[in-house]
Design a binder for this molecule. Structure first.
Ligand code: KIV
Length: 265
């Protein structure tokens, strides 16, 4: 990796150079700045913002206006990292809508967009790529489909799912995606997909053999302690540290005695 601004081409080339792609989510200015200072090359303003920040039960509630708001905040950090953003639920039902909404995210400050699906959204992917907007695919478990699926389910456990993942990955590569997120794919199938295509696969809960890994930063640092996916080993328990710091400050305030003659006003 160079020390200059990271481009989609740089992320793609990391696979050729045998470099893994560490990626994390950020939804605001300070976290984008911190991740960038730590040298993460790809930062995603994910629609996981819905659960992690906005208090929704899943990503299907996130709107374009909410995504634009968070992309603008993250983009103000002017990261060296490539800043990608999710097209939210139902914002890419047609090629026209996909392109219009991808352009809105780019106008808000994103430098690449991601959408969920493989062969089912190829027209949308082509419209985005043909307009010169870098595109990241997302296959495996698709969180925007959780209501139809009923739960978050591991993909690639049978031959039909394995074949579908391989075909989706190849189709996205051929349509011009520069990377593909593999979410909750069985590790052997994630490895096979990674070896089958020339663009980087970025795994989440899909084992160690993807070309990169992405995590929700809140899971990594423990700022959303009420739910942590099984495949994440948090590196920090920030929620506990926040509770302890706030508790100590509260006690200090409660035990403060006014000095003689001193008032608050
Ligand atoms: O929304 C999100 O955060 C994602 C992931 C791949 C982490 O899509």
């Amino acid at each position: 990796m160079t020390s200059s601004k990271v481009t989609a081409g740089d992320i793609r080339a990391m696979k050729t150079h045998g470099e893994k792609v560490p990626s994390l989510t950020a939804y605001d200015y300070p976290m984008t700045k911190l991740l960038d200072e730590a040298g993460v090359p790809l930062i995603l303003v994910g629609d996981s913002v819905g659960m992690l920040v906005l208090g929704y039960p899943d990503t299907t509630h996130v709107t374009m206006a909410e995504m634009e708001h968070h992309v603008r905040a993250a983009a103000r950090a002017k990261p060296r990292a490539l800043l990608a953003a999710d097209l939210p639920y139902r914002s890419y039902d047609t090629a026209e809508a996909a392109l219009e909404n991808a352009r809105r995210l780019i106008a808000a400050g994103a430098e690449a967009v991601k959408a969920e699906g493989g062969r089912a959204i190829l027209e949308q992917v082509r419209a985005i790529v043909n307009a010169g907007i870098p595109f990241i695919g997302h296959i495996g478990m698709l969180p925007q489909h959780v209501l139809e699926e009923g739960r978050y389910r591991i993909k690639g456990r049978n031959d039909a799912e394995r074949a579908a993942l391989m075909a989706d990955a190849k189709a996205l590569e051929q349509a011009g995606a520069f990377a593909i997120v593999l979410e909750l794919v069985t590790p052997p199938v994630a490895k096979e997909v990674s070896e089958f295509i020339s663009i980087p696969t970025i795994g989440i809960g899909s084992g160690p053999d993807c070309d990169g890994q992405i995590l929700v930063t809140h899971d990594l640092i423990g700022t959303f302690p009420w739910f942590t996916p099984k495949f994440v080993k948090p590196r920090l328990n920030a929620a506990e540290q926040i509770r302890a710091a706030v508790g100590a400050w509260k006690l200090a305030v409660q035990s403060e005695q006014p000095k003689d003659g001193q008032t608050c006003s």
